[in-house]
Design a binder for this molecule. Structure first.
Ligand code: ATP
Ligand code: MG
Length: 876
């Protein structure tokens, strides 16, 4: 194996640091865990932040990784500079308060010169100009001559954020040779030319910077180093750019093959090829780590990368879908180092295919629209695109705004980004309002604070309890008593009421004593531990400290429990039938129905839906017992319980088992035997987002009601169609056919009518300035018919203008059309309809050769036609 190949450098790096007592770990996921400040991992130290800050204890004080990184900030540089990728691997060794400068420096040197056997003469370093310690180590311990140690200032060799850990760094450079340099006698690391390439950055975090900008020495300083694997390989192999090292070059080869263009033949085309290469790689790794294309967050990054690559493909003249082919190369080339790529191969290709297909239907239309708009900007000597167009491109054609911006920039135009963001925000607010209208009681928005002991939930076994009132809230304020007629919230010491959570609705019911009756309209959680009963007092009043009997609405709870257990059965059946990739993406269980969102990338056909129903019903009939266990997270995992084992669960988890059919982590309430569910019926199934589908279903009594409604409908239909149930389908099919035949007949008659009247129409013109103007008033003709007539007139005449006005549904429709020769003379159909429509109380426009518009006042048709005539007669 080539000493300087990517795979070998990676392997040797990890082996070397392992031999120096480091715990070596697989790359962490690109998706940050428990770190809301980051969208994606962009450095080897990022997933280890918690160890640097001391928030968690590291499994070892010395660690080393080869970390997958995505830096979207570098996207503009990809294909432009020789060294930037959006996806790359970063080699890094870390010390958490263990070893420091001396080891960090001497080991880096040892690794480069003794393991990789890099020529020592080619290595240079930089140090922070106040860091004599580092300088001394390089010079005295390593033996690097002073001429090859460059002192640089804070901007180059000091790593810091606003506050927190910070410190000097030292960078290692590789000399690419004189012929790559600028020739200046002062040329050395730090020079802007490309002779010296930075391959490794060693950061010595030895200070804690406070708000005033004072650096306090850390008692246990840390080490954080990072070397871009692709860059190191590029430098050591003496290649021009990161795209010239294998296996990146193999992806480019694929692009050459797809486009039939040789890499290196044209600079702009090379850039396109490099972008496709990089973005294919980034997309592959992002999907593999669980990112799905969407319009938000990480999903948007992925979508943007995929769509950007597709656009570059278009630029290279690749007109078919191609991205899955370059992604396939990525999988093949990197699966040895990242076996997950191999395991998820089918899934990754599917996601790419779907996203490409989705974009395919709109990209050409979108590009055409944008091209036209660009022409318009050019014609009007403007420089900025209307933000509404950019929004339309985003909303209707799926163009990430950055893509629109990029295309504009290529044409030296700009996007009104501020306005665009405003429009986006408006739409977001509108969508939110629409959601709120249909959504919940809005209790969450009612801010209040209460401090009571946590509530004990007895509802797994009890439906009724003797409870003590711990707290009362009315109008957001804590009070002692709630009176008859008032609404508010009550907190009890223990309660059988299930608080909304885990996708299950909250219970309703009553709080009762000899003198009091209170309705509980909903139950929610506050601060995770306190159960809030939303109440209205029907009779009497109660105060804190009193006892009361709390009873849930048992019927509603039973139906909810049936739906919840059935959701678990459905989840298992979907996995069995469609594959283990099916995961719960959301769930909502009420007493009336269940809704289950799951990840899956294909449409589910009617036959499969029937099969799902059948299997769920079989599990119901099998009468499994539903049982519960409290287990440690590890035990649950071992048992194969379905759950996304992330941090949201505590150490002890509740596992719900439906016989040996399904095991799932769940805190919800369930029915004890599946046969009690009675029946399961799907009422809808469909896609709700890319890769996410939704099932809505009913069980038990609701399923029976649903089927009864269907059967009533069939009965009504038979009655109205005068057919038996069996005859219904053939009768409807016959009707459909008849109606189609009739449509054809009508079309034929219309054509005939038009043909007969065409002769007449063709004679109705007047000559104005040597142009034939056909200005006609018609009745009840729609836009299509008008267009047809206009086309027919233009077919038979040269140098003519057609203006048709049709009175239709008490409104007026104008269509104007102009022959080519007249357009050249400055006659414009768009202007003609605009003029006519404005007189008839409307507006509209269109292209110079064809345009249409509407107006509200048919009585103004004559006036409108005359105005156009007048205008034309003054025109030469
Ligand atoms: P540059 O100034 O070249 O963008 P940087 O200062 O942003 O580099 P660091 O943040 O120090 O780089 O990251 C450590 C190492 O990661 C770099 O020395 C380099 O080898 C690698 N690296 C950083 N950004 C990229 C990138 N976009 N593509 C490939 N490698 C990268
Ligand atoms: Mg950078």
């Amino acid at each position: 194996m080539d000493r300087f190949s990517i795979n070998n450098i990676r392997k040797e790096f990890l082996n070397f640091y392992q031999s120096k007592g480091h715990l070596t770990e697989q790359s962490f996921s690109l998706i940050p865990k428990n770190d809301k400040s980051l969208l994606l991992i962009g450095a080897g130290m990022a997933p280890m932040k918690k160890y640097f800050t001391g928030a968690e204890t590291p499994p070892s004080k010395r660690m080393a990784t080869c970390q997958k990184c995505v830096r979207t900030g570098d996207i503009e540089n990809v294909g432009v500079t020789a060294r930037h990728l959006t996806f790359f691997e970063m080699l890094g060794n870390f010390s958490f308060g263990d070893y420091f400068k001396e080891e960090a420096i001497t080991w880096a040197w040892e690794f480069l010169t003794e393991v990789l056997k890099v020529d020592k003469e080619k290595l240079w370093v930089t140090v922070f100009n106040e860091d004599d310690e580092a300088l001394k180590i390089w010079n005295e311990k390593v033996g690097l001559p002073l001429e090859r140690i460059v002192k640089l200032g804070k901007e180059d060799n000091f790593w810091e954020l606003e506050v927190g850990p910070s410190g000097p760094c030292s960078e290692i450079f590789y000399d690419m040779g004189e012929n790559r340099g600028c020739g200046s006698p002062d040329c050395k690391p730090g020079c802007d030319c490309s002779r010296y390439i930075e391959i490794w950055n060693l950061v010595f975090t030895q200070f804690d910077k406070d708000e005033q900008g004072v650096y306090h020495p850390l008692s246990n300083p840390n080490i954080d180093t990072g070397a871009g694997l692709e860059r190191v390989a590029t430098a050591l192999q003496g290649k021009e750019t990161v795209f010239d090292v294998e296996p990146l070059r193999t992806i480019i080869k694929k692009v050459e093959e797809l486009s039939n263009i040789a890499y290196g033949s044209d600079k702009r085309k090379d850039t396109a090829m490099k972008i496709i290469c990089d973005h294919s790689r980034a997309a592959t790794f992002l999907i593999c780590d669980g990112v799905i294309p969407s319009n938000e967050g990480r999903g948007y990054v992925l979508r943007r990368l995929i769509r950007r690559a597709i656009r570059q493909g278009k630029y290279l003249g690749i007109h078919r879908e191609f991205l899955s082919e370059t992604v396939q190369v990525v999988i093949n080339e990197w699966k040895e180092a990242y076996p997950q790529l191999f395991e998820k191969e089918f899934y990754i290709l599917k996601v790419v295919n779907l996203e490409e297909e989705k974009f395919k239907t709109t990209i050409d239309q979108g590009l055409e629209l944008l091209q036209k708009e660009i022409q318009k900007i050019r014609d009007t000597n403007m420089s900025i695109l209307d933000a509404n167009i950019a929004f339309k491109l985003y909303d209707t054609y799926g163009f990430p705004s950055e893509l629109t911006e990029e295309i504009l920039n290529e044409n030296d135009f700009e996007l009104d980004k501020k306005q665009f963001l405003l429009i986006m925000e408006e739409h977001r607010i509108m969508a939110r309002e629409a959601r709120n209208k249909t959504g919940n009681s809005g209790w969450k928005d009612q801010e209040f604070n209460i401090d009571t002991a946590k509530t004990i939930f007895t509802g797994y076994t009890n439906v009724s309890n003797n409870s003590e009132i711990l707290g009362i809230v009315v109008n957001g304020a804590e009070v002692d008593t709630i009176d008859e007629g008032q609404s508010g919230a009550i907190i009890l010491d223990k309660t059988p009421f299930y608080a909304e959570g885990g996708g299950q609705i909250g219970d309703t019911g009553k709080l009762i004593s000899d003198t009091v009756e209170i309705d509980v309209t909903n139950t929610k959680k506050f601060n995770k531990e306190i159960v809030i009963h939303e109440v209205t007092v029907i009779k009497g009043n109660v105060s804190v400290g009193e006892n009361i009997i709390s009873t849930i609405d048992v019927d509603r709870r039973r139906n909810t429990a049936k739906n919840h257990t059935c959701t678990h059965i459905l989840h298992r059946v979907l996995k069995d039938l469609l594959g283990e990739h099916v995961n719960q993406a959301g769930s909502y269980v009420t007493d009336e129905r269940l809704r289950f969102d799951y990840t899956h990338f294909e449409t589910v056909d009617a036959e499969t839906i029937k099969k799902i129903e059948k299997l769920v019903n079989e599990a119901i009939q099998a009468d499994y017992r539903v049982t519960f266990d409290l287990l440690s997270k590890q035990e649950a995992q071992k048992l194969g319980a379905t759950a996304l084992f992330d941090e949201k669960y505590g150490d002890v988890v509740r596992v719900v088992s439906v016989g040996d059919f399904s095991k799932e982590l769940c805190g919800g309430v369930h029915i004890d035997e599946t046969s009690k569910i009675g029946m399961f019926k799907i009422i809808s199934e469909g896609s709700i987002a890319s890769g996410v589908r939704r099932v809505e279903a009913v069980t038990g009594r609701a399923a029976i009601n649903y089927l009864n409604e269907l059967s009533d409908l069939v009965e009504e239909l038979s009655h109205s169609m005068k057919a038996t149930k069996e005859e219904l389908l053939s009768k409807v099919n016959n009707l459909k056919k008849e109606s189609k035949d009739k449509d054809k007949e009508i079309q034929k008659l219309n054509n005939e009518l038009l043909k007969n009247s065409m002769g007449q129409i063709l004679e109705q013109y007047e000559e104005i300035n040597g142009m034939k103007l056909f200005a006609l008033k018609l009745i009840d003709k729609d836009a299509n018919s008008l267009r047809e007539i206009a086309d027919k007139i233009k077919d038979k005449n040269q140098s003519c203008i057609v203006l048709l006005a049709s009175e239709l549904n008490e409104k007026v429709l104008f269509v104007a059309s102009v022959t080519k020769d007249l357009i050249e003379k400055g006659i414009n159909a768009g202007n003609i309809v605009k003029q006519a429509a404005s007189i008839a109380g409307g507006g509209g426009g269109g292209r110079p050769d064809f345009a249409q518009a509407g107006g509200k006042n048919p009585e103004k048709i004559d006036e409108a036609i005359n105005a156009v005539k007048e205008q034309l007669s003054t025109q030469n």
